[in-house]
Design a protein around this ligand. Structure first.
Ligand code: AQP
Length: 349
């Protein structure tokens, strides 16, 4: 067993109802639709990790969401465990955060169905992620369409106050707010109305091969993203091939979107501000900058990869953490669902 991971997990996250002063609660999730990318790390995971002591945290590997696009059994199971291991390796601490797999808490599916009754077809049709992910496909599932309702259920089931996400999820969190408010109006105060927590920097890391598209783990174009598990040589190769803009000056200006993206990554990973980095590479061209950026990325992912390897050697440890997290999440979720059923008037009473 990986040392010190399950022990002591009964502590802080998912507070008891009797607690009078409640810390703000954070909920966020990630799909096991591939290996998390540098975009997932900078837009979400890193923020989850650094804010852990500030909030009551609930983090979820949203495997039900991954069903919205075709997937096979073995890949889904492996991706779920690998993503959980990556989150733990990046610093999610089960003693301070609840971490579980979505499908292990059935209340998510039940609440999703109930919330479809307070969600408008037209609202879902306006979701840009649905438009993007369904574009050009013939096999668009109803699950892809209903995805934002399941996401709303994930969040409000735990009375989350804040949802730390990347910019691509802003519209879904806004819809979550509308759904929660509508439910509360119709059935009486039941859910906390959550707010998105989207940072000014890093909320939209762009693809390395096309700075007009966001970096995505399921893009199917390995050169477009850096996976947290990429080895050093792969990272160096991808950075070398990353598109740059015309000219040779390393500047974050509007007509250099590729450089803006690369400088953002450099700045977030080193903590240095962009003007300092621009000054360092003045007159040195793109090559020197990209070579150093590759090393900055390697230095970030190397320790994470070492911890991923520890978990890979002990998958039982990851399963135990997820099982413990599911127990703690279910406790909160089942209490909330009892209230929801009563509010709606479901069952024989
Ligand atoms: N490029 C990105 N920049 C910043 N943040 C990002 N996120 C995703 N891509 C970027 C944030 O990562 C969290 C997890 O997202 P998800 O797995 O639920 O699905 P997603 O938003 O659709 O992310 P991907 O990587 O693009 O997944 P696929 O390829 O499966 O669709 C979210 O907080 C998201 O904002």
């Amino acid at each position: 067993m990986v040392a010190g991971r399950v022990e002591g997990t009964s502590a802080t996250a998912v507070a008891e109802p009797s607690e009078t002063v409640r810390r703000q609660r954070v909920f966020s999730g990630m799909q096991p639709s591939g290996t998390p990318t540098l975009g997932n790390y900078l837009g979400a995971i890193r923020n989850w990790v650094v804010q852990q002591d500030q909030y009551d945290n609930v983090f979820c590997v949203v495997d039900l969401h991954a069903l919205s696009l075709p997937t096979d059994r073995d890949t889904l199971r492996a991706n779920t465990l690998n993503l959980a291991a990556a989150l733990l390796a990046a610093g999610i601490d089960p003693a301070r955060s609840v971490l579980f797999a979505q499908s292990d808490v059935r209340e998510h599916s039940e609440l999703c169905w109930l919330l479809t009754s307070v969600t408008q077809f037209g609202e879902l049709r306006r979701m840009t992620q649905f438009k993007d992910k369904s574009a050009g496909r013939e096999d668009v599932s109803a699950a892809l369409f209903v995805y934002p309702v399941l996401q709303a259920a994930d969040i409000i089931l735990y009375d989350a106050d804040l949802v730390p996400v990347g910019d691509d999820q802003r519209q879904h969190v806004e819809l979550t707010r509308d759904i929660a408010e509508r439910f509360n109006r119709r059935y009486g105060q039941t859910f906390v109305v959550p707010k998105p927590d989207i940072k000014a920097e890093g909320a939209r890391i762009m693809a390395l091969d096309d700075p007009s598209q966001k970096m995505s783990k399921s893009s199917g174009r390995p050169m477009s993203y850096i996976a947290l598990t990429d080895d050093a040589d792969t990272i160096r190769r991808k950075m070398k091939r990353a598109v740059t803009d015309s000219g040779s000056e390393v500047r974050a200006v509007p007509d250099k979107p590729a450089l803006v993206n690369l400088l953002t990554i450099y700045s977030l990973l080193t903590g240095e501000d962009v003007p300092t980095i621009e000054e360092r590479y003045a007159g040195r061209g793109y090559g020197a900058f990209k070579t150093d950026l590759a090393e900055v990325v390697v230095a970030t992912v190397t320790p994470i990869q070492a911890r991923i390897a520890e978990y890979a050697a002990d998958p039982g440890a990851v399963q135990a953490i997820l099982a413990d997290g599911a127990d703690r999440a279910r406790d909160q979720a089942s209490r909330k669902m009892a209230l929801v059923r009563d509010r709606i008037g479901l069952g024989a009473g």
